[in-house]
Ligand binder design. Structure first.
Ligand code: NAP
Length: 243
C-alpha cells in the first residue's frame, strides 16, 4: 500500500537512518510502497539520501524546508498534499542543540534552539495532525530525547526545548485517541551523529549509532494498526553520558 511519510531532518544522523530503514523495508514487505518526503535545510544532503532510498526501490521526494519558518512549514504540508494526496506518517526529527554551561548561553542560542525544536515542531505537528484527524488515521513520531526528562549541566536550553516537546506529545495524545492517530515519543540517549561535532574515540565507543534508533522506530510503525507504541526509551548500555 502507498504510504506517504514525511521525515524532517532527513539529511543527516538519525533522520537519514530512519529514511533509509523505511526505504529498505520496501523490499522486505510486499504491501509497503512508501513515498518518502525528505525535508531539511540542506538540499545536497537530501539529494544524496533520496538517491540511496531510490536504490532500495522507495519513491522519494525532496522538499527543502526550514521548519523554523512557518511559511516553509505551510509549503511542506501543502506541497505534499498536492503531489501525493495524503500524509500517513510524520517523523518530527529535525532538531538543533547548543551545548554550553548555563552562564554562556546567549539570547541567540535560546531563540535558535526554540525556533526549530519548539515552534517548528509545534506548527508542523498542528498542520499535519489536522490532515490526519480528517483521514482518521496516521502516525506521528517525535524524536525528543532523554533530555526531555533528565537534566544535564550543558543542556539547559536544549533540555527546556525537549521538555517542551514532551508537553506537546502529551497534549496531542489527548486529541489523537479520538481519531485513530498513533503517537510515539522516542527518547534516545547519546547517539553518534553530526550534532555532536568532533567526538574523541573513547566517547564514540560508548555511544549508540543512528541505526540503533531508526530500527525500533520503523518497527513501531509496522506494529498492528490497533496498537500504539507510545514510548521508546533507548540508551547506551553503559547509561547516560553526563555532560
Ligand atoms: N544525537 C543524539 O545524541 C540525540 C539524542 C537524543 C535525541 N536526539 C534528537 O534527534 C534528532 C536528530 O538529531 P541528530 O543527532 O540526528 O542531529 P544531526 O545529525 O545534527 O541532524 C539533524 C537534522 O535536522 C536538520 N535540521 C536542523 N534544523 C532544522 C530546521 N530548522 N529545519 C529543517 N531541518 C532541520 C538538519 O539538517 P540541516 O542542518 O541541513 O537543516 C539535519 O538533517 C534531534 O531532534 C535531536 O535533538 C539526538
Amino acid at each position: 500500500m502507498k504510504q506517504i511519510i514525511i521525515i524532517t531532518g532527513a539529511g543527516k544522523g538519525i533522520g537519514k537512518s530512519i529514511a533509509l530503514d523505511f526505504a529498505q523495508a520496501t523490499n522486505k514487505k510486499n504491501d509497503f510502497k512508501p513515498v518518502l518526503i525528505l525535508a531539511s535545510r540542506t538540499a545536497s544532503d537530501l539529494e544524496a539520501v533520496a538517491d540511496e532510498c531510490r536504490s532500495y526501490g522507495a519513491a522519494s521526494d525532496i522538499i527543502q524546508t526550514d521548519i523554523a519558518d512557518i511559511a516553509q512549514i505551510d509549503r511542506l504540508v501543502t506541497t505534499t498534499l498536492e503531489r501525493h494526496g495524503s500524509i500517513d506518517c510524520l517523523v518530527n526529527n529535525a532538531g538543533v542543540g547548543r551545548f554550553k554551561v548555563l552562564g554562556d548561553m546567549t539570547e541567540e542560542d535560546f531563540d535558535y534552539t526554540m525556533a526549530t525544536n519548539l515552534k517548528g515542531t509545534f506548527f508542523l505537528t498542528q498542520k499535519v495532525f489536522a490532515v490526519m484527524e480528517k483521514q482518521k488515521s496516521g502516525h506521528i513520531f517525535f524524536i525528543t530525547s532523554i533530555a526531555a526528562e533528565t537534566a544535564f549541566k550543558s543542556s539547559s536550553v536544549y533540555s527546556m526545548s525537549k521538555f517542551g516537546q514532551k508537553g506537546l506529545v502529551e497534549t496531542i495524545r489527548l486529541y489523537a485517541k479520538n481519531c485513530n492517530v498513533r503517537i510515539t515519543n522516542v527518547m534516545p540517549g547519546a547517539v553518534y551523529t553530526p550534532m555532536w561535532g568532533e567526538v574523541p574515540d573513547t566517547k564514540k565507543n560508548v555511544m549508540m549509532m543512528p541505526e540503533d534508533i531508526s530500527a525500533p522506530v520503523v518497527q513501531a510503525y509496522f506494529t498492528a494498526q490497533r496498537t500504539s507504541v507510545e514510548e521508546l526509551v533507548i540508551r547506551p548500555v553503559c547509561g547516560d553520558i553526563n555532560e
